[in-house]
Design a protein around this ligand. Structure first.
Ligand SMILES: Cc1cc2nc3c(=O)[nH]c(=O)nc-3n(C[C@H](O)[C@H](O)[C@H](O)COP(=O)(O)OP(=O)(O)OC[C@H]3O[C@@H](n4cnc5c(N)ncnc54)[C@H](O)[C@@H]3O)c2cc1C
Length: 558
């Protein structure tokens, strides 16, 4: 993966076939392509001194434990293990400002390797930060000032095997360093799928998903990652836990639960028994247009009430719909000649603040057909205008490309970020309005134009997740400007009754709001877990500690 951006090193966002996109960005953000801000050269980055007393001797010790080439003190490896992929992470990497970094990296190849490394780390008084794909955008991988000892980054990507399957019970035992494509490939050979497809699917790992309580695009049908976990194997500084995948048990509390969302602070999740399902025979993605975002929300809610479950819902508000139109490649002449009168007709019919929705259905051919047709009649009742399959196929084809756009904006000195939350159906529309207003007030205070858009990305019987994207110029002090807007947006989310994160986790970036969300009882329980699993603060020190002071955001916001 790129060390200063998203994705494959040689892939950039394809602007060439999107002639409307740059004029749209220029109009919305007032940015100019004359101001190019390239990343510094990697060889010019100076890393903090290695804190190990004798780095080479320690390297030898770890290689003796794990095998040659399974550990490194190389500067490039220290750099790429120092960050995740949030805007501040990438901004610092591009500017070459690397204040903290792990001192040594190790790649275990099995659960037994992890047991051995953790015993070694305990004996040698070394902190351990588990590293999955490094894709989190909450600052979960930062080496924080609470790390008083040298830091080992334990990169789990050497552990990616499907170890066992109970096909008759839809269960698979996977090593947690497996990245998305490796999981689907190994399960696919047996006709199965996990069904977890976050936008970061190509690079993120099963362990990272579990440790951050991730949600994939198809969570409406298959659930969030935590709904798929049947049992976990974990290694802490004190215990090894190997839970069995019973279909159900009442043998005390579920001991896997504290590790789900543990953000590397309690120990290492090494293996997971996951619920899997046969690959669906048929998948269909279709598009609808609603007169307003609120009308779309009501239509999706009605689907849940009627027990009609799409596998995916992506309802875009006016801002995102406008962006989606500007992301399109030009159409052949005949097609645009047909589309023009349709657009005019829609305007006459009152689709003036249009909200596009892509909705997916999966199952047997009959199930897919039934779901699509039952949902169609509900959407029609709520004013949904069917747009056919082509918009759904276009979205499916491009779904992993969009994250590259942020790098493009950053190349020209812009800030682009996302914020996501969930709340109950009754509060969604108000929360949506509150965040749009917060961005607009923030931009006015900065005296700058800006962009904000949102989509409903995951839905439940009880409510849904709103996913906001916002962008503006960076100016002279982009990090300060970023944190002013981040604070505004998160304050607005929390005040309007949303959780501080639906699936991106807490990391360092959301810590200042955690105390308010979980209350004193929650804080005490987090402290008690930490004491039980990790009394010497070996794992990810400073993580999941609500009283920690964030250098830009302070503590206990809201
Ligand atoms: C472009 C982009 C798109 C994204 N889309 C989504 C999305 O659709 N849905 C979503 O949920 N998230 C999304 N994310 C966020 C990110 O991909 C998730 O948080 C993901 O779960 C992180 O997995 P990872 O393997 O990269 O973990 P990392 O980033 O490496 O680590 C995340 C945290 O988990 C801990 N950890 C990692 N592995 C283990 C382990 N084996 N045991 C214990 N702790 C561990 C780490 O210490 C760290 O605290 C996106 C991010 C980007 C940049």
């Amino acid at each position: 993966m790129k060390w200063h951006g998203w994705g494959h090193p040689h892939v950039t966002f394809p602007m060439e076939d999107k002639p409307d996109l740059w004029p749209f960005v220029r109009e919305k953000l007032g940015m100019s392509r004359d101001l190019y801000h390239p990343a510094v050269k990697v060889e010019d980055i100076k890393l903090p001194a290695n804190r190990l007393t004798d780095p080479k001797a320690t390297l030898k010790e770890l290689e003796a434990l794990l095998g040659a080439d399974r550990a490194s003190i190389d500067d490039f490896q220290r750099l790429v293990h120092a960050f995740g992929k949030s805007f501040p992470d990438l901004w610092r990497a591009r500017a070459g400002i690397v204040a903290t970094a792990p001192d040594i990296i190790a790649w275990p190849a099995s659960h037994e390797d992890v047991v051995a490394v953790i015993a070694w780390a305990k004996k040698n008084k070394v902190h351990v930060i588990p590293f999955g794909g490094g894709t989190n955008i909450a600052g979960a991988l930062d080496v924080k000032e609470e790390a008083k000892l040298p830091v080992l980054s334990l990169d789990m990507r050497g552990m990616g095997r499907l170890l066992e399957m109970q096909q008759d019970s839809n269960l698979a035992l996977l090593e947690t360093g497996a990245v998305g494509p490796a999981i689907e490939e190994q399960l696919g050979q047996r006709g199965f799928s996990l069904g977890h497809f976050p936008d970061s699917f190509e690079f993120s790992t099963l362990g990272g998903w579990i440790a951050t309580r991730s949600a994939g695009m198809q969570s409406d049908a298959y659930g969030r990652i935590e709904d798929m976990v049947q049992a976990l194997h974990t290694v802490t500084s004190e215990h090894v836990l190997e839970l069995k995948p019973f279909p159900a048990t009442s043998a005390g509390p579920d001991l896997a639960r504290p590790f789900i969302g543990s953000e590397g602070c309690f120990g290492i999740i090494t293996r997971a028994w996951m619920r899997v399902h046969p690959i669906p025979a048929s998948k269909r993605y279709v598009g609808y247009l609603f007169k307003t975002f609120e009308q779309g929300l009501a239509a999706v809610k009605a689907c849940h009430e009627a027990d009609i479950k799409p596998s995916l819902v992506r309802l875009q508000d006016e801002g995102e719909t406008e962006l989606a139109f500007n992301l399109k490649s030009p159409k052949p002449l005949l097609k645009s000649a047909v589309e023009f009168p349709v657009k005019k007709l829609l305007k006459t019919l009152g689709y003036t603040k249009p909200a596009i929705m892509v909705v997916g259905f999966e199952g047997s051919d009959q199930q897919t057909a039934h779901l699509a047709s039952a949902a169609a009649s509900i959407f029609k009742k709520h004013g949904g205008f069917p747009l056919g399959d082509s918009i759904g196929s276009a979205w499916s084809k491009d779904k992993y490309n969009t994250p590259y756009l942020r790098d493009y904006i950053m190349d020209y000195g812009g800030i682009a970020d996302v914020a996501e939350t969930s709340t109950t159906w009754g509060k969604l529309a108000e929360l949506h309005g509150a965040v749009l207003a917060a961005v607009s007030v923030g931009c006015a205070e900065e005296n700058l134009p800006g962009y904000v858009g949102c989509h409903l990305s995951h839905t439940y019987v009880t409510g849904g997740c709103l996913y906001f994207t916002w962008a503006l110029q960076g100016g002279d002090k982009p990090l300060e400007r970023y944190y002013r807007m981040k604070a505004r947006v998160t304050d607005a989310i929390v005040a309007a009754g949303g959780t501080l994160s639906h699936h991106h986790a807490v990391g360092t970036e959301h810590l200042p709001w955690l105390a308010k969300e979980i209350g004193p009882g929650g804080e005490a329980m987090l402290g008690a877990f930490k004491k039980a699993f990790d009394p010497s603060d070996m794992f990810n020190p400073g993580g999941l500690t609500p009283q920690r002071i964030h250098p830009y955001l302070g503590t206990n916001r809201g």
